[in-house]
Design a protein around this ligand. Structure first.
Ligand code: SAM
Length: 285
């Protein structure tokens, strides 16, 4: 089977199977060999690795992954793509195709079955409508992870690696940075996809930390504090946390905690680092 990473071969497959792109599944297929090579290289895939690919589409990146990895497990939601994948990947005996919604797959069981519980690599040109649930699902589950190397909307990639002081800093930045080290690999313009998305894209590599970089007694509580402070961005942290449904701290308790940390009671949540959110969460009992 020919390499799909170019417009001619992609068009040929689409016409052969009379495939219709479905917007609701975020289908924008890669048609640029340089970008494909860069993604697989950045992920550091070797013949020891099992790679989970989310949304293989017509199998373009899957072909590259199958060359580099020991085994590729590719989860695709669109039934219409399954016969196409069986055709485009017929040369590879190290690819398993699963027809399912990635958010419904038991990834822990899958990594046990295919990789004996050793850390897996996740590589994907993600469907953008579910970027955050996919990433958070991976981090919060018990799937052992080495790295997640993914194509996302450029703006979302920026948000993942920002710190305090940027307008893009928010709950996603803190969640990602609690679990992993983010690095933008490359920016990718719309003309590298078919059809072209109407946003810019970027490849980001999230390397999982063996241990989170901050010590926190109750990570769940810290994330409720983080969400509450960014839900009400223009309020002071004291008011944001005091008004948040589900949190039961008095103003005095919050002011006292901030004082202990040497922070002003008029500070906003968006000025706090991950370390400071961890400290606040540990103080607020
Ligand atoms: N990997 C291919 C490529 O790079 O050309 C396709 C990428 S396309 C941006 C996203 C793919 O994810 C599509 O094939 C789409 O059908 C699939 N997809 C969308 N939602 C999904 C879900 N919930 N679970 C699994 N796959 C999904």
């Amino acid at each position: 089977m020919a390499n799909l990473g170019n417009p001619q071969n992609t068009i040929e497959i689409i016409q052969k199977y009379e495939f219709r792109f479905q917007k609701k599944f975020g289908q924008n297929f890669l048609i640029d060999t340089h970008v494909l090579e860069k993604i697989v290289e950045a992920a550091g895939v070797t013949k020891d690795d099992m790679v989970l690919e989310i949304g293989p589409g017509i199998g373009t990146m899957t072909q590259y992954l199958a060359e580099a990895a020991r085994e590729v497990v590719a989860v695709e939601i669109d039934n219409n793509l399954i016969p196409i994948l069986q055709d485009t990947l017929s040369d590879y005996d190290n690819v398993v195709i699963i027809n399912n919604d990635i958010l419904k797959v038991d990834l822990e069981a899958l990594s046990k079955e295919h990789n004996g519980g050793k850390p897996i690599k996740v590589v994907a040109n993600l469907p953008y409508y579910i970027t955050t649930p996919i990433i958070m699902g991976l981090f919060e589950s018990n799937v052992p992870l080495d790295n997640i190397t993914i194509m996302v909307q450029k703006e979302v990639a920026d948000r993942m690696q920002e710190g305090p002081g940027s307008k893009d800093y928010g709950a996603l930045s803190l969640a990602v940075q609690y679990y992993a080290k983010p690095e933008i690999v490359t920016n990718v313009p719309p003309n590298c996809f078919m059809p072209r998305p109407n946003v810019g894209s970027a490849v980001i590599k999230l390397t999982r930390y063996p241990e989170p970089p901050v010590k926190v007694d109750d990570a769940k509580k810290m994330f409720s504090l983080i969400r509450a402070s960014f839900n009400q961005r223009r309020k002071t942290l004291v008011n944001g946390l005091n008004n948040a449904p589900g949190l039961h701290f008095t103003k005095d308790q919050i002011v006292e905690a901030l004082e202990k940390m040497g922070l002003s009671e008029t500070i906003r949540g968006e000025a706090l680092t991950l370390e400071q959110f961890a400290e606040l969460s540990n103080i607020l009992k």
